[in-house]
Design a protein around this ligand. Structure first.
Ligand SMILES: NC(=O)c1ccc[n+]([C@@H]2O[C@H](COP(=O)([O-])OP(=O)(O)OC[C@H]3O[C@@H](n4cnc5c(N)ncnc54)[C@H](OP(=O)(O)O)[C@@H]3O)[C@@H](O)[C@H]2O)c1
Length: 244
């Protein structure tokens, strides 16, 4: 993919990885449709660059996801990149019986249903472009789970397999399907958790290298090592991540 002159929708553009992607890709001369709920940050992004067009919406509401796609198709018919970055992660102690359906539904909707539905709704627009990309941000926890966040791991595992299968379906089209697997990145999602995090800007540097090469799977930072360990010794990979 070229790194400039794209029209790119980024969900989760108000924080962390999505915010860093929106800033960098705008500075490279792309048109950015920045999606999130936080209106203050959306306004700030738009004030920083005339290339950023903010849209405030809640991806936990599938009707609003459909309204978002309709608006984007009308206002940005040249959309050629969709980056699904919005995500949430909660710790659920299932053994304590404390997990309720609305909480599970909310996490599954934001992390899995919304990106799948948005991909489906915007694919006709992507397919109409000479070159396009559909990028899903999954997680190493979708490959090897940790015990504290089982719903999150389930959604990311689902996104991992969806992205791979969709890539097969679109292999002979103009749409490159890419899965990006970040390591621990220093964002609000990981505040107070883990060590040796990379910065969102370091993440973006590596993402751009893979994006420019149309990589189907972009393993950022230590995720390359995780993939290797997983191949050589799946049990060791399980042990490393179980209590991470
Ligand atoms: N950070 C890591 O180490 C790491 C590692 C592996 C994978 N990931 C994945 O990378 C992606 C980005 O994570 P991050 O670390 O950048 O997280 P973050 O800083 O917490 O940002 C999450 C983003 O998701 C948006 N979002 C959450 N709920 C939403 C909703 N209901 N409707 C619309 N937008 C919503 C938030 O926007 P608003 O608050 O404005 O709605 C925010 O922009 C996620 O998919 C995450 O699973 C992160």
């Amino acid at each position: 993919m070229k790194l400039s002159e794209n029209t790119i929708l980024i969900t989760g553009a108000t924080s962390g990885i999505g915010y860093a992607l929106a800033n960098r890709l705008a500075s490279l001369g792309n048109t950015i449709i920045a999606v999130g709920r936080n209106q203050l940050v959306l306004d700030e992004l738009a004030a920083q660059s005339p290339h950023v067009h903010p849209i405030a919406t809640d991806l936990a509401d599938v009707e609003l996801v459909e309204a978002l796609a309709t608006q984007v198709k009308q206002q940005f018919p040249r959309l050629n990149v969709l980056i699904n970055s919005a995500g949430i992660q909660y710790n659920y102690p299932f053994a304590e019986g404390a997990v309720h359906l609305p909480a599970i539904t909310h996490e599954i909707t934001v992390n899995l249903l919304a990106p799948l539905w948005l991909s489906s709704l915007l694919l006709p627009t992507l397919l109409a472009q000479p070159e396009a990309a559909l990028v899903n941000i999954s997680s190493g926890l979708g490959l090897v789970p940790k015990q504290s966040a089982p719903v999150y791991c389930g959604t990311k595992g689902g996104l991992h397999l969806f992205t791979k299968a969709l890539g097969y379906q679109l292999a002979r089209t103009s749409v490159h399907v890419m899965e990006v697997i970040p390591p621990l990145v220093d964002t609000p999602m990981t505040a107070g958790r883990g060590r040796n995090k990379i910065s969102p800007d370091q993440f973006v540097d590596e993402f751009l290298r893979g994006f420019a090469r149309n990589r189907r799977e972009i393993n950022v930072g230590k995720v390359g090592l995780l993939r290797l360990i997983q191949r050589i010794s799946p049990a060791l990979a399980d042990t490393i991540l179980k209590n991470s």
